[in-house]
Structure formats: C-alpha cells, structure tokens
Design a binder for this molecule. Structure first.
Ligand SMILES: Cc1cc2nc3c(=O)[nH]c(=O)nc-3n(C[C@H](O)[C@H](O)[C@H](O)COP(=O)(O)O)c2cc1C
Length: 159
C-alpha cells in the first residue's frame, strides 16, 4: 500500500474544500501549509499582494508541519493558481522538500479553470521529478457539484 501525503495551501477555502473531499476518498495524511504572514483577504489588495509575492518569487515562512514528505512515496499537491503560477507557500514547500523519485499528483484550483501555465511552471521547478497527472478545478466552492464528481474520480486513478 502506497503512503499518500496530501499537501495543500488554500487562501480562500476552495483548495481546502477540494482537499477535504480528496481526503475522504482514500487513506492519506493531510498537511495544510499555513504561511505565518498572509495577504489581506479582502479587496483588490489580495491580488496585488499575492501577485507581487509570486513575481518576486517569495517563499514565506510556514507554520510547523506535522507530516514530512520524506516519509511518503506519493505526494498530492493542492493549490490555487496565483498569477498563472503556483503560490508562494508551495514554493517554500518545494524548497524545503526533495520530491525526487516520488509520485507527484496535483489538484489545482483557479478562477478560470485553466491551470496549464501554473503546471508548466511547477514542472520547471520540479526538474528531477515530474507530475504524473493533475486535476484542474474551477473555484470548487462555487462549482461544488463539479468538484464532488471530479475529485473522487481523480483519486481513484492514484490509489
Ligand atoms: C493573488 C491571487 C492571484 C490569482 N491568480 C489567478 C490566475 O492567475 N488565474 C486564475 O484563473 N485564477 C487566479 N486566482 C483565483 C484563484 O486561483 C481561485 O479563486 C482559487 O479557486 C482559489 O483557491 P483558494 O480558495 O484555495 O485560495 C488568483 C487569486 C488570488 C488571491
């Protein structure tokens, strides 16, 4: 039985929603990444702050994590697309964890439903390892029926 770790970051709850469904579909440990400092949640400032943090390739310090990727051979990364890329909390995680040789899967949430650019950037970052398959979701909190259907089907292909 492969050990699975779902590692996710969620700013506004969409990826959290997706992660909660995924966690019910198979035996896995779940690690939420929580930056110690977060952008403002309201107003346009969040896009400015968040977008800038992606452009500047920021890697925010994260709160202590319960699980370590080193103990798992399958990692599911869950994140919202930010400025057509993966968000800074994921950048920190990728800096701090060697995913070489692991089976990597992605659940990406976005407003537009197209995570291809973010996945290309993630692939460039991973270099020595590659994403096996990915699921792209459009704001799961707004499109719950779609997410409720697609996530279990996706997890089924992993286990
Ligand atoms: C700073 C910031 C940048 C974003 N950039 C994009 C983007 O480039 N493309 C897109 O489709 N959605 C973008 N979004 C929307 C989120 O990816 C989308 O709403 C996602 O479902 C949010 O997930 P979360 O609730 O887990 O944070 C952005 C949101 C924020 C806050």
């Amino acid at each position: 039985m492969r050990k699975i770790l779902l590692v996710y970051y969620s700013f506004e709850g969409n990826t959290e929603y997706a992660a909660n469904i995924a966690a019910k579909c198979a035996d896995m440990d779940v690690q939420r990444l929580i930056p110690i400092k977060e952008p403002p949640k309201k107003g346009f400032g969040k896009f400015f702050w968040g977008g800038k943090s992606v452009m500047m390739k920021e890697m925010p310090d994260l709160e202590p994590q319960e699980y370590s990727a080193a103990d798992y051979d399958t990692i599911i990364l869950g994140f919202p697309v930010w400025a057509s890329s993966y968000p800074p909390a994921i950048a920190t995680f990728l800096r701090d964890n060697d995913l070489t040789g692991k089976n990597i899967y992605v659940i990406a949430c976005s407003a537009g439903g197209d995570a291809r650019k973010a996945l290309t950037k993630l692939a460039a970052k991973l270099r020595d390892s590659s994403v096996k398959t990915s699921l792209s979701l459009q704001d799961p909190l707004k499109n719950q029926a779609d997410a409720d259907k697609k996530i279990p089907a996706f997890i089924k292909t992993i286990v």
